[in-house]
Design a protein. Structure first.
Length: 149
């Protein structure tokens, strides 16, 4: 894929994701205080507008470049595997629940995909890292902020 085409695709996806996020915030919030000038959708809207402006600027900068090179996507399969795991994780969390168990399985699967080292020492280290991350999430959300996950 050429550099310019890859840049245009990435910028287009970035703008679409930004606006989908902003629209989803409008759908999921009731609008906040009606008399207030800054409601719950103010900052997502601001970020979506800034993201769009910066992507348009980058479109023009890319179009002005003279040369074009080939972009090799050596690790594209890892990107697709990671995105599919994220989608599966979010769907499982939404429909099944059990956040901590699903997060542990998700982290362990990512560790095994990217590290490719299956020694017992590495497996123990992966389990310790995943458990530590879950402990930090638990302490921050459940204990400190009283937000059940």
């Amino acid at each position: 894929m050429s550099y310019k085409r890859a840049t245009y695709v990435a910028l287009s996806l970035l703008m679409v994701f930004g606006w989908v996020y902003a629209v989803s915030i409008h759908i999921t919030t009731s609008g906040g205080a009606r008399n207030s000038s800054i409601g719950p959708t103010y900052f997502p809207d601001l970020l979506a507008v800034l993201l769009t402006v910066l992507c348009i600027v980058s479109f023009f900068q890319t179009a002005r470049k003279k040369g074009d090179s080939i972009v090799r996507l050596h690790y594209f399969k890892y990107v697709l595997i990671t995105l599919s795991l994220i989608v599966a994780y979010l769907l499982a969390w939404y429909y099944i629940g059990y956040f901590y168990i699903l997060t542990f399985v998700f982290l362990m699967s990512l560790f095994f995909i990217y590290r490719r080292n299956f020694s017992m020492k590495q497996i123990a280290k992966n389990i310790a890292i995943a458990c530590s991350m879950l402990l930090v999430i638990y302490l921050i959300f459940e204990v400190a902020m009283s937000i059940p996950l």
